[in-house]
Every structure is written in C-alpha cells, then in structure tokens.
Design a protein around this ligand. Structure first.
Ligand code: ZN
Length: 74
C-alpha cells in the first residue's frame, strides 16, 4: 500500500485578490472551471483547471473562521 506523508496535499489555487494559496474544495482534478470562495478574504472567483495545482493551502487557512457574508462597515 502507498503510504503518503502525514500532511496530505490537496488541490489549491491562488486567490486572485489576496494571492494566498486556498483550497479549491475538490477531491479530484476538475475538467471544468470551479467556483472557489477564499476563506481568507471572501473573494468568490471562478478558476480554470489550469489555475489549480496540488499543494498545501496557506497556513492561515483553517485557523481563522470563514469570513462572514457581510461584515459591518465593510
Ligand atoms: Zn483571498
């Protein structure tokens, strides 16, 4: 059996707004563009398969709760 590293890689993309690596939320490589919401800045964008890569998300991802849909004063 294949024994992978403890840190599992996943498909990520680079947020077009904050330029951090964010999880694409897909388990398998998509053949169509996917809509990804950045957990760090809340940017919702459509990413092409060519913009996805296998890697680790930014360390901040998962530490902070998702950005509220509408923050007061934003
Ligand atoms: Zn972002």
């Amino acid at each position: 059996m294949f024994q992978g590293p403890k840190i599992r890689k996943c498909f990520i993309t680079t947020c077009k707004r904050c330029r951090r690596e964010i999880p694409a939320g897909v388990k398998e490589f998509p053949f169509q563009s996917v809509v990804v919401e950045c957990p760090l800045c809340g940017e919702v964008r459509r990413y092409l398969p060519s913009e996805l890569m296998l890697g680790k998300p930014h360390p901040l991802v998962g530490k902070r709760p998702p950005t509220p849909a509408r923050a007061t004063g934003d």
